[in-house]
Design a protein around this ligand. Structure first.
Ligand code: ADP
Ligand code: MG
Length: 474
């Protein structure tokens, strides 16, 4: 189903005028990113890339994605508490994938010592595409769930008024008023604030653990601002600061520069390049502490691609969520075909199928952040090379989702204005808190739509491929 502005897409003078308005509106509203050249300074900033127009999203699928978010929250939380499941599921992967192995080792270490943490905060984002069937109907299919450092909850809210303005400029005021309100950073901050409160030390701070390179700082500042508005103190620190100045006190309370930390919100630590030996030690210190980690290491592991693949095995969801038959059905309805490459007949067979017909599949390693998956000819070559080696178990195979493309303009600094055939990915933010065994918060916190040109198989906004968008429900 198309959006009701096909008529203006080819009107170059109207589009030019709207694009100029859009870019200035984005700067005014704070749809900002630091530049590649100066990623750690705010002297010169750019607008974050975004679509000129909102993209059409089928209303029923949008509602389905919201309706299943609390189920995903429950599921991730259940996996994080299931030592046996994580151990069994990741056993083959950690033999060949050093990064997952190191995370897993910390997980086992903190369990052995006994958890000092009793309040658990999860912030995740479940991502979907709209798979177009042979009969032309679209189905909601999950791409992945991000359980650590799920971003763009701040900037997406600021993109909304930009799109409202663009639609008005193009004479589509009625459609502008139909765009849905959306502010994930408020919901994220609400979760962090509640976790801070349950931690129970009014003088303790919230620590954002941030990367060395901080291009996406404005997105994080949106969440920070919401916390300051609630009179909660926020500090931004890197792993190396934790290594140098972090310590554990009585009851394994976490202190940074002598100040107690109630909540550690990771916007870092999800890819191997985030770690050197000191950073691993800092991570272990944080995980051993009583502070609420968002996420704790078990929840990060629950978001691996290998876990996602095991969840699709018949019977697994029922074991993880006993007595939740309806939730299980809702969750399963969003799963695409996922296949294990573990050694054995099942893995041999799917590897052969994928080599024979690579365009049906995506080959995924245990990595985050975009740009790591393999497609088409490259998939075939890599799989052919590793098909008989245990190295293949560091990957999973997934059915390739094929959405119906639509025309849009992708606005990027220093790029020409040009119409592109695009596909979109919808993310729903989830926030939950568990205290001991009791869930005290479980909600959906807003959405993110990202859109990319079809010539790119992979990639997110931070990877420079996708751009921010707003759904227009049809
Ligand atoms: P990452 O953790 O790197 O974000 P994803 O699983 O989200 O890994 O994949 C990155 C991108 O690759 C997605 O944003 C999407 O554009 C594309 N992609 C991933 N899985 C599929 C799939 N099954 N079908 C089509 N595209 C996919
Ligand atoms: Mg992704």
């Amino acid at each position: 189903m198309a959006a009701p502005w096909e008529d203006v897409l080819r009107d170059t003078s109207a589009i030019r005028e709207a694009a100029a308005v859009a870019v200035d509106a984005a700067l005014l509203e704070g749809v900002l990113m630091r530049t590649e050249g100066e990623p750690n300074a705010s002297d010169v900033v750019n607008f974050a890339p975004f679509t000129l127009l909102p993209s059409a999203v089928p209303r029923a699928l949008f509602e389905q994605a919201y309706a299943v978010q609390q189920d995903f929250n429950l599921l991730v939380d259940a996996i994080s508490q299931n030592k046996e499941f994580l151990e069994r599921t990741l056993a083959s992967t950690i033999k060949v994938d050093d990064f997952t192995a190191r995370l897993f080792k910390i997980h086992m270490q903190v369990l052995e010592e006994g958890l000092a943490q009793s309040v658990f905060l999860g912030i995740n984002r479940s991502d979907y595409m709209f798979d177009c069937g042979v009969d032309g109907t679209a189905a909601l299919k999950q791409i992945e769930i991000n359980t650590i450092a799920a971003s763009f909850g701040g900037l997406t809210a600021r993109t909304l008024p930009v799109h409202q303005r663009v639609l008005k400029v193009l004479g589509k005021s009625k459609e502008a008023s139909q765009l849905l309100p959306n502010n994930p950073s408020k919901g994220l901050a609400l979760g962090i604030a509640k976790a801070w409160e349950l931690y129970g030390s009014p003088s303790a701070v919230v620590m954002f653990l941030v990367e060395e390179v901080q291009r996406n700082i404005f997105d994080q500042r949106c969440v920070e601002n919401e916390l300051w508005n609630r009179n909660i103190r926020v500090v931004r620190r890197r792993f190396r600061d934790v290594f140098e100045k972090g310590s554990l006190g009585e009851g394994r309370r976490l202190y940074m520069d002598g100040q107690e930390v109630a909540v550690v919100y990771y916007r870092e630590g999800y890819v191997p390049k985030n770690y050197n030996q000191q950073n691993w030690e800092a991570r272990l210190l944080l995980e051993r502490s009583r502070a609420v980690k968002c996420p704790d290491i078990a929840t990060q592991l629950a978001g691996t691609k290998k876990v996602q693949q095991e969840l699709s095995r018949p019977g697994t969801l029922e074991i993880l969520l006993p007595g939740h038959a309806e939730a299980v059905a809702r969750l399963r309805a969003t799963f695409a075909g996922l296949y294990s490459l573990d050694m054995g007949a099942e893995g041999d067979q799917i590897a052969a199928t994928a080599i024979a017909d690579p365009d049906r599949f995506v080959l995924k390693p245990q990595r985050e952040g975009g740009g790591n998956n393999l497609y088409g000819e490259e998939l075939r070559q890599v799989l052919e090379k590793i098909r008989d080696s245990p190295e293949r178990t560091s990957y999973i195979l997934m059915d390739k989702i094929k959405p119906q493309p639509a025309l849009n303009y992708l606005l990027r600094a220093h790029s020409p204005l040009r119409v592109s055939e695009c596909i979109s990915e919808l993310g729903i933010f989830g926030v939950y808190i568990r205290q001991g065994k009791e869930m005290v918060m479980n909600r959906a916190a807003g959405h993110l739509l990202r859109t990319k040109a079809i010539e790119h198989a992979d990639g997110g906004v931070a990877a420079g491929v996708a751009v921010l968008d707003t759904p227009y429900l049809v």
